[in-house]
Design a protein around this ligand. Structure first.
Ligand SMILES: [Mg+2]
Length: 410
């Protein structure tokens, strides 16, 4: 039972699955239901998701595993099954899309929904549709969600966090400003730790302070975001719900169990990542014009190098060749890396990919070869054919793609 004076007017919802990865593990392994479950691990193990029982002991996302296990020694640690989580994420999204086409995913397990204009279609007002969705997700998929309902994105996201798990929280527009006023400025989207500290030093401690502060002062701290941040602090947010955008880039990356400096080892990993990028390009009928190499040093410094091609490509061979060229310029004997990634940007439809040209007489052969390899992999699995370079590194473990929606929080 929910009462709210604006119940029938509010149309903007934020849906966030509760302890998503852990909830799926409990669903698929009922013996874990009443146990503290932590999803995560590996040598670099951090907590990806902790179930609510583990959270009672103080376990949190992104916490190092050794620390989590000190707090909760009885926890069952489960290695992530990203493919399963992604599939469930897509099922959740499909149920959302049965309510409205205006669904904007923020990550694998959360999204904004704009339900304005759906009342006639569903014969119920948005709040009732959202309650229906929560039930549907529970009965069809066996996991729970928390819902925030309000008049704009920023408030809806805040609301979904206020009543977790299995929550349904409403923030009305009339109460928004007074509800925000006493809260610290760091609840505002876009104010990181550093910015919040600067605001505090300037005497701006709460959202109320921020909403009233002179724009000139806020600009010295937040720059061009000043107007927007002041509005958010007052409960005003003009952003629209933008349905799933087509990808701007396709990339794949890996974090190593142990930092690497060796060019051969890095090259072998780069080759398998290039294969993945190419196969995603091909399955989405896309090609890219710019190849981007990403490296992260053992001290977490991020480095990117890119090169634009004369023609868009979807060939693993080309992506890899350019990636290796850029990689060779960065690798040095005593320089250790913790992550490597490769991707392509400036995507175009695949009919523009790899046109035959006289400068590359070998191209037709490369295309034919990749075609054959792709078909064999489709029939016999991804590891049916690997290059000698990759074969010798076959023990290498992969920590997954950088799909923008493979992160999950709570
Ligand atoms: Mg969540």
């Amino acid at each position: 039972m929910i009462r709210h004076p604006e119940l029938r007017q509010l149309t903007l919802a934020h849906v966030d699955c509760d302890a998503f990865y852990a909830a799926i593990e409990k669903r698929d392994h009922p013996e874990l239901l009443h146990k503290p479950v932590i999803v995560g691990g590996g040598k670099r193990g951090v907590v990806a998701t902790a179930c609510y029982i583990a959270r009672i002991h103080g376990v949190r996302s992104a916490m190092p595993m050794y620390k989590a296990l000190k707090l909760c020694p009885d926890a069952v640690v489960v290695r992530p099954r990203m493919e399963v989580y992604k599939a469930v994420g897509h099922e959740v999204r499909a149920l959302m899309l049965s309510l409205t086409p205006l669904v904007e995913p923020l990550s694998i397990d959360e999204a904004f929904l704009d339900l304005s204009g759906t009342e006639t279609l569903h014969q119920r007002f948005p709040a009732a549709s959202m309650a229906h969705l929560a039930n549907l997700i529970k009965t069809e998929l066996g996991i729970t969600v928390s819902i925030g309902l309000s008049g704009n994105k920023s408030l809806a996201k805040m609301a979904s966090d206020m009543d977790k798990p299995k929550g349904f929280h409403i923030i009305g527009m009339a109460e928004a400003a007074s509800l925000l006023a006493p809260l610290p400025v760091n609840v505002i989207y876009g104010t990181g730790k550093a910015m919040s500290q600067k605001f505090n030093i300037a005497g701006i401690k709460t959202c109320g302070d921020l909403a009233k502060a002179p724009l000139e002062l806020v600009m010295t701290i937040a720059g061009s975001n000043a107007v927007r941040i002041k509005q958010l602090a007052a409960g005003i947010d003009q952003r629209q719900v933008v349905p799933d955008r087509p990808a701007k880039s396709i990339s794949s990356e890996t974090t190593f169990d142990t930092d690497l400096a060796d060019l051969d080892a890095l090259t072998a990993i780069l080759e398998s990542l290039s294969d993945k990028v190419a196969s995603r390009l091909k399955s989405n009928n896309l090609a890219g014009r710019r190849v981007v190499l990403k490296l992260k040093s053992h001290q977490h410094q991020l480095l990117t190098r890119s090169q634009t091609l004369p023609d868009p490509t979807q060939l693993a061979r080309k992506i890899f060749d350019i990636g290796v060229k850029m990689l060779k310029d960065e690798v040095a004997p005593h320089l250790f890396w913790r992550l490597i990634g490769i991707g392509v940007e400036q995507l175009v439809p695949s009919d523009q990919a790899d046109p035959v040209n006289l400068a590359e007489p070998d191209l037709a052969r490369v295309i034919a070869l990749e075609d054959t390899v792709d078909r064999l992999r489709q029939r016999h699995g991804k590891t049916a054919i690997v290059s000698g370079r990759q074969f010798s590194r076959h023990s290498h473990k992969d920590s997954g793609d950088n799909d923008p929606d493979s992160k999950e929080d709570d």
